[in-house]
Design a protein around this ligand. Structure first.
Ligand code: PBG
Length: 336
């Protein structure tokens, strides 16, 4: 056993608790904050609804009509959020996800509504992926033998990006995990004169069980899983590779998803990325907090604040969370 150094500070002199002794002291030394501008609200729109429809596995979240979407965007703007991420569920699905690229497809119409309502107040973000639009539920088109065809999918993504930019999206969020998707979409946007539309790459997106409630929210028809394109939850180093590729291809923002179970990955990415880093607190994270809080097992507001703060502490510049508008309201009180 090594002896105690004789000049070891005695607890009497060195007392970390001093900086925790009052709220004013804690506020002074706090290392990270959450601001409304760092929060992005994901929203769902469902074609053919006459009223918003609750999502059972995501209490408090609904499938919007175009009209109720307008209200949600107005609230997000009033709460001074950073943006909204728009997902949409079409009435009709097919093998190639035709509705994703129709100018009057539900996602593109929803983007136009959101962009008109948001004006300059929010970054209107578009989910760019085919899974909501295909009848098989995969994020891309399939080969005749049923595998996801990477390069044929890139052609669809490029067309989708153009439709979304034309609808008024300020940023497109590539969530499909196809190789080369950032380059394909960047080139298509630039060739069409949309060089100011930003690309967010879901760079490190894992094949996660925590997307369960989302699949209800978009009425997913997927059978099987996405393990041939989304990352293996065991892999940390591989995230750095995905991020480097996406940045080299021109990504303006990179994302880690899910958030809470991947804070180590997020911290790595935040430490090495040359572009802003987003993290997505996904539907299963939301459902866990809501269900435990509803049972009285955790304090709801504290748990929501702590989870988002932890994601910020790990290094996210901004956070996609279904709690964004409500959390921003609490924060506004605090900073007033
Ligand atoms: C795919 C997509 C998914 C989510 C966002 N984009 C689902 C998936 O990859 O299976 C999940 C978001 C969430 O769970 O909140 N377009």
């Amino acid at each position: 056993m090594s002896p105690e150094p004789t000049d070891a500070p005695t607890p009497g002199r060195v007392r970390p608790r001093r900086l925790r002794s009052t709220e004013a002291m804690r506020r002074l030394v706090r290392e990270v904050d959450v601001h409304p501008r760092q929060l992005v609200l994901p929203v769902f729109v469902r074609e053919g609804l006459t009223e918003p429809r609750p999502i059972d596995s995501m209490p408090g979240v609904v499938q919007h009509t175009l009209d109720s979407l307008r209200g949600a965007v107005a609230q997000a703007a009033a709460a001074r959020l950073g943006g909204v991420m728009v997902f949409a569920v079409p009435e009709v699905r097919d093998a190639t996800g035709t509705q994703a690229t129709e100018p009057d497809g539900i996602l593109n119409r929803a983007l136009a509504v959101a962009a008109a309502e948001a004006g300059d107040a929010l970054v209107v973000q578009a989910d760019l992926c085919l899974d909501e639009f295909t009848d098989h539920g995969h994020c891309g088109v399939l080969t005749p033998d049923g595998r996801v065809d990477n390069d044929a999918t890139l052609v669809r993504y490029a067309d989708m990006a153009l439709a979304q930019a034309a609808a008024g999206a300020h940023l497109v969020g590539l969530s499909g995990m196809m190789d080369g998707q950032v380059a394909a979409v960047r080139d298509a946007l630039d060739a069409a004169g949309y060089d100011e539309v930003a690309v967010l790459a879901y760079a490190a997106k894992y094949a996660s069980a925590f997307y369960g409630p989302f699949r209800d929210a978009v009425e997913s028809q997927l059978e099987g899983d996405r393990r041939t394109y989304q990352m293996d939850p065991a892999n940390r180093r591989e995230a750095a590779r995905e991020v480097a590729i996406d940045i080299a291809e021109g990504a303006d923002v990179v994302m880690v998803k899910p958030a809470m179970a991947y804070l180590d990955v997020l911290a790595d990415v935040a430490a090495s990325s040359s572009v802003p880093v987003a993290a997505y607190a996904v539907s299963g994270e939301y459902a866990m907090i809501e269900s435990a809080a509803a049972a009285g097992w955790i304090e709801r507001e504290r748990a929501i604040r702590e989870s988002v703060l932890s994601i910020r502490r790990a290094g996210a510049d901004h956070v996609l969370t279904y709690h964004a508008t409500e959390l921003a309201g609490w924060l506004a009180e605090e900073y007033r």
